[in-house]
Design a protein around this ligand. Structure first.
Ligand SMILES: NC(=O)C1=CN([C@@H]2O[C@H](COP(=O)(O)OP(=O)(O)OC[C@H]3O[C@@H](n4cnc5c(N)ncnc54)[C@H](OP(=O)(O)O)[C@@H]3O)[C@@H](O)[C@H]2O)C=CC1
Ligand SMILES: CCCCCCCCCCCCCCCC(=O)OCC(=O)COP(=O)(O)O
Length: 325
């Protein structure tokens, strides 16, 4: 009598026989080889693209911007670190230059301090960068603030503040650097949007609106500058473990100051920064950096909007109830 165990081991032997006696094994090795070679070539292309490239990063003092500074620095880019806090930028510069064991030649970052809500300061910062480096290869619009509040309670000045930082600021900085990119017929504009640039969730109106506007603007830009060989990459991450919720603004303009559970449980900014680097190196047009559920939610919003709106209304009810209890 043939037992279950014997049947299983017979099957294993037959499978192994098939693999070794046919072309399956060479084919398998071939595929692995081609895939590894492809990955290696991709890494080499990214590395060549970013080595000695002038890369401007906004919001470099914290969270994702800080980690992007690290990975682009290690890739050999000439960094321009931007933020409002001069000390934090200088501290990061010292930290980066003190780090050892890089495979490529690195460059001491240059720092520029300005507020993205100040249009005059943006123009001056762009002029300073161009005077110093002559050109910009990659502009990484990363800086941003979030918001928590009900629309009915929110001062319009708060909506404006979020739009100025997340939308008008990056737009103004991009416009200030664009003519020089067009003249060179070279450049890459990258923007960190959000899943909330694709779907709107309750109590995030100003933030989601600013990210939807960002998505729309940079999609238009991509089409308009293709003729000059300028690249545009829009990245839409899900939750990342940064200080975003701590720094968020509330309905009355005060700082929220809470590390939300969703933020704390978000992806590591180190990993997300690596994904940003890879997307830039591959000159991707758009990347969603999120788990399955938020990614599915984007499809649901398009394919079954009625269902999506019901889910969001129920989410609003639940959130209001938990706040009131
Ligand atoms: N964390 C998350 O869950 C997600 C974040 N994102 C996006 O990632 C980007 C980075 O945010 P994250 O790292 O998470 O958050 P952080 O709060 O940690 O960092 C935000 C950065 O933006 C800068 N910034 C804020 N306001 C201004 C301003 N008015 N002028 C200049 N710089 C400013 C801050 O610099 P300063 O020192 O001047 O305050 C800081 O460096 C944002 O665009 C955010 O929307 C997208 C999806 C998810
Ligand atoms: C076919 C089945 C589809 C099921 C879909 C169910 C709908 C689930 C809703 C999921 C909502 C996800 C929201 C994700 C929000 C997000 O990732 O935001 C990133 C941020 O920018 C975070 O900023 P915040 O200030 O809000 O912390």
């Amino acid at each position: 009598m043939v037992t279950e165990a014997t049947r299983k081991s017979l099957l294993k032997v037959r499978v192994m026989d098939f693999i070794t006696s046919t072309a399956v094994l060479p084919l398998l090795f071939g595929c692995v080889g081609v895939f590894s070679l492809f990955k290696l070539l991709q890494r080499m292309r990214t590395s060549a693209y970013l080595r000695n490239a002038v890369v401007v990063i906004t919001g470099a003092t914290s969270g994702l911007g800080r980690e992007c500074a690290r990975v682009f620095y290690t890739a050999g880019a000439k960094l321009v670190l931007c933020g409002r806090n001069r000390e934090a930028l200088e501290e990061l510069t010292e930290e980066l230059t003190a780090s050892l064991a890089t495979q490529v030649q690195t460059h001491r970052p240059y720092t520029v301090t300005f507020d993205l809500a100040d249009p005059g300061a943006i123009v001056a910062a762009a002029a300073e960068i161009l005077q110093r480096f002559g050109h910009v290869d990659v502009l990484l619009n990363n800086a941003g603030i979030s918001y928590r509040g009900a629309i009915v309670d929110t001062a319009t000045d708060v909506d404006k503040k979020v739009m100025e930082t997340n939308y008008f600021g990056p737009v103004a900085l991009t416009k200030a650097l664009l003519p020089s990119m067009i003249k060179r017929r070279q450049g890459h504009v990258v923007v960190i949007s959000s899943i909330q640039g694709k779907i709107s969730i309750p109590f995030r109106s100003a933030y989601a609106a600013s990210k939807h506007a960002t998505q729309a603007f940079f999609d238009c830009l991509r089409a308009e500058v293709e003729q000059y060989e300028i690249q545009v990459t829009v990245l839409s991450p899900g939750y990342i473990h940064t200080n975003l919720s701590l720094h968020a603004v509330t309905a009355d303009g005060s700082t929220y100051g809470v590390m939300d559970k969703t933020t704390a449980q978000g992806r590591s900014p180190v990993e997300v920064a690596r994904d940003v680097l890879a997307a830039v190196g591959k000159k991707k047009k758009e990347v969603i950096l999120a788990d399955l559920l938020p990614s599915l939610a984007i499809y649901l919003r398009t394919l079954a909007p009625g269902l999506f709106f019901s889910l969001m209304a129920s989410r609003a009810r639940k959130e209001r109830k938990s706040k009131n209890s």
